[in-house]
Ligand binder design. Structure first.
Ligand code: ZN
Length: 64
């Protein structure tokens, strides 16, 4: 019978500390052109997420 699909377990890790799992991604999805923006960067981010480990604010912006 049909096997149930497992929950995606791929993570994008925090670029600052490398430990915090900041985004969970589905490995089967198409590549989404997103760019992580570090707190020091002058580039504008559209969204911000906070790393639960080092508390850094990581920006996310669409790549184009
Ligand atoms: Zn971190």
């Amino acid at each position: 019978m049909s096997r149930q699909r497992t929950v995606p377990q791929n993570y994008v890790f925090c670029p600052i500390c490398g430990k915090g799992k900041i985004i969970m991604e589905d490995p089967d999805s198409d590549d989404v052109p997103l760019r992580l923006i570090l707190p020091k960067s002058k580039k504008k981010a559209h969204w911000y997420i906070k790393c639960t480990v080092c508390k850094s604010q990581i920006g996310i912006a669409p790549k184009n």
